[in-house]
Design a protein around this ligand. Sequence first.
Ligand SMILES: O=P(O)(O)OC[C@H]1O[C@H](O)[C@H](O)[C@@H](O)[C@@H]1O
Length: 292
Amino acid sequence: MDLRNLPTINALSDAVTVCEYNGVKIIRVIHNTVEAGISLHGGHLIWFKPANQDDVIWLSEEAIIDPTKAIRGGIPVCWPWFGKAGTPSHGFARNSQWAIKEHRENETGVIVALSLQDSDATREIWPHKFELTITFELGESLKVSLTSTNTDDHAWSYGGALHTYFDIADITKAHLTGMGAPYIDGVQGGVQAEGGNALLITQEVDRVYTAPEAIIAIHDTPRQRQILVENQGHNAAVIWNPWQALCENMADMATNSFETMVCVESTIHGEGVTLAPNESHTLSTTVSLAAE
Ligand SMILES: O=P(O)(O)OC[C@H]1O[C@H](O)[C@H](O)[C@@H](O)[C@@H]1O
């Protein structure tokens, strides 16, 4: 699955082209500062590689890319709820077809924005009118902003996440800092727990950290880099690594692929954000690199 070298079907600008894989259109960005790919299915960033750096975003080598499945890896857009708060799990946005709203570029990078509106299909799952815009600011760093607007005549609430999968050299040689102490432990059935300053992942981890610091750092030590994650508009940070046994049972993850990924998710957890008609709210994540 060589997604990065697919033939161009449409050139939108010097840096932005459209290609297609298995019925899924992918916006491909090739710029002096960055290479990136964004699937219109899901409004889903699937690769991001600043110039002269290793990949920052992880995509499963067994990801199923077709117009009916959520893609394993990248940045799934979980909306209008997180996890099993509704059906389907993580909402419908990651399985919806988004449209290109705009693209711009200058010498520092490229901006691509996509949009999604309610339809008969979405209102059957969730009975509200909405407009979503997701904006990808691509350059030396990455900023993803998801703006939700209530276009209905009544208030509604939403939750969800920018469920980023990060590419790391080796989970056994990496650790995370900045998650804050309190968390809800999904592996232990949702019990409240307290963690320390550093998290070394040695088994399945599925935690909702409810008081994260401004920046969460993934110390990708073998690559001598830190991946810095700064979230806004969130109320929690979810940290997830499925470890080996869960990977064995997932059709779209290779057995040992948990070794090279960790999710740090900008999350709206619990009751969610309530929007009155015409109100908007933005959930974002900014990802940058620093030397370890
Ligand atoms: O398999 P998915 O529906 O994509 O969910 C993948 C994971 O997402 C989040 O990190 C949740 O906290 C996990 O409980 C879940 O397993």
